[in-house]
Design a protein around this ligand. Structure first.
Ligand SMILES: [Mg+2]
Length: 346
């Protein structure tokens, strides 16, 4: 995703303000077909939700230099940026079992940006909207010193059901994660040029985990639907920090068993190449958009639900009285690794 900022192809500077908005209009026209008010007005008007549904809101931003860079890698495209922006929002909705419905977009882009890039970004976002079945109800584009991308999503959730809030964990619950968190962080290290793997296919898989995350929307919905109590969060800051968020809100301690942490062959290869334990990636990585949750439900029932959605599910620990996140090594020794508000607290 290296921008050809020295020339070769039109840039946004060649378009002017009307041309800039004109790039977004065809996308919004497609997305809002059948809406009460045609696109291009001051506001977006969406059809009303059903009476037995409540609305679930979330918003996420990605800023160039803070959340991403224009890495020199064939998979690091503008399309991937659009996909990932949507994925981070969809993942928040997944953590509450909500179904995505409508999105609002705000985009800041430098005027030296090639037109094809902004079109690519919109295309990635449209792919994501099709994949997770939401409509982009409106948006705005402005010139800015660097890329600054914000998407707000609203989803629906049946009224009267559980809410899977972070405050719902109780001592005695088991702690689970979907998938293999840590892989996105390893992929990011490869993109940043800090990590080189012998096995090329592992490297590709890890990079895709960083660039094209797949939120656990189906499993999140099914789990919320079948649970009587559940504390759930999506893994955006690493398992340790996200577990600490739940621990703090629930006023409990999360006990993680080191040997239970799921490690894929790709992550194992990354850990060996980097000289860091695989557990470091799992615990302190980020942007995996897996689901981390505490549940009192019987293990076998949970595994059956995960299987139904084709999702790998691992019990990584338990909820106990206390505070923060504690890691238990294979020999039984325990150490505190994270508390909300403290970075890598040890
Ligand atoms: Mg989240």
């Amino acid at each position: 995703m290296v921008p050809d900022r020295k020339g070769g192809g039109k840039t946004l500077a060649d378009l002017g303000e009307w041309g800039l908005l004109g790039l977004l209009r065809p996308l919004l026209e497609r997305q809002t077909a059948g809406f009460p008010l045609p696109t291009g007005d001051d506001v977006a008007v969406t059809p009303p939700p059903r009476r037995d549904e409540q609305l679930v809101w979330t918003i996420d931003s990605m800023v160039e230099g803070t959340h991403f860079r224009f890495w020199d890698h064939p998979a690091a495209t503008a399309e991937a940026l659009g996909w990932k922006l949507a994925a981070s929002n969809v993942s928040d909705l997944a953590s509450k079992g909500s179904t995505p419905r409508y999105g609002l977009l705000s985009v800041g882009v430098p005027k030296v940006t090639p037109v094809a890039w902004l079109e690519g970004f919109y295309h990635g976002l449209e792919q994501a909207a099709a994949e997770w079945e939401f409509k982009l109800a409106g948006g705005d584009t402005v010139l800015a010193p660097q890329w600054a991308l914000t998407l707000a999503l609203v989803g629906t959730l049946p009224a009267g059901g559980i809410l899977a809030g972070r405050h719902e964990a109780q001592p005695g619950d088991r702690l689970y994660t979907t998938g293999t968190p840590g892989e996105a962080a390893a992929g990011l290290e490869i993109l940043e040029g800090n990590l080189r793997l012998e096995e090329g296919d592992h490297a590709e898989a890890l990079v895709l985990r960083a660039l094209r995350p797949e939120p656990r929307l189906d499993f999140g919905r099914l789990l919320v639907e079948r649970s009587t109590r559940l504390a759930m969060i999506d893994v955006s800051d690493g398992v340790a920090k996200d577990a600490a968020h739940v621990a703090a809100r629930s006023d409990v301690q999360m006990l993680l068993r080191e040997e239970a942490l799921p490690v894929s062959p790709a992550l194992d290869a990354a850990a060996r190449a980097s000289g860091k334990p695989a557990a470091d990636f799992v615990l302190h990585g980020g942007e995996d958009y897996e689901l981390l949750f505490a549940s009192p439900m019987e293990k076998n029932r949970l595994q059956a639900l995960a299987e139904q959605c084709g999702v790998r599910l691992t019990c990584i620990g338990a909820v106990e009285k206390g505070e923060g996140v504690t890691l238990q090594a294979a020999d039984g020794t325990r150490r505190a690794i994270q508390r909300e508000g403290y970075e890598h607290f040890q």
